[in-house]
Ligand binder design. Sequence first.
Ligand code: SF4
Length: 220
Amino acid sequence: MSTVRCDKCPGYFCFAGSWDKDKAPQDCPMILFPSTFEKARDVSLSEDVKNLNVPAARVEKEGFCKINDKNAPCYPRIREIVEYAKETGKTHIGLAFCKSVSNEAAAIGSIFDSFGLEVDAVLCKCGGIDKSEVGIPKDVKIRGPDTFEASCNPITQAEILNKLGTEINVLIGLCIGHDMLFTKSSDGLVTTLIVKDKVTGNIPQAALYNIFAKRAYLTG
Ligand code: SF4
């Protein structure tokens, strides 16, 4: 049973600066966990967190241009990563990428190169280890039990980038689960640039607007 459901909030009062406990739903986390907010505010004021949080706010602001006196976004996410690296003084970028987006990874690497960042990149299948060697049952192989299928190797990807000392690791199309293992194993900060979604061309949000996908695959 759920405890907090901001996704069902009738007014997003916290967002609007108009929060009031009489207006907010009873399962509002601001009602249920007041001390957590106090604690998080204190943590946010520590130098470690400010050094990551303030640049995030700065990049967010600078990513808007004024057009006809209105805010209009002007930085694609790739550029935001470049600006965030600059703001945080980080110069060494790791790319953890999937074979299915290797062309995109090369293009992204070249963009980071052009901004003078140091780039190291590791492919998901690095190591060329058959799935059966890492405990994946043969019947889980996609092309048949006796066919060689290289296992994705997110822990190796992370460990190699850790050895190289990358400061920000960029996930490019890693599979669900492999992205989590990578994140758990990474010493560097992790951000996602391309989310793998084999059906929507890596735009997971698109499935929400596709009535057929919703009907067939997104109704529990
Ligand atoms: S924190 Fe409270 S007011 Fe804000 S979105 Fe969640 S439920 Fe709504």
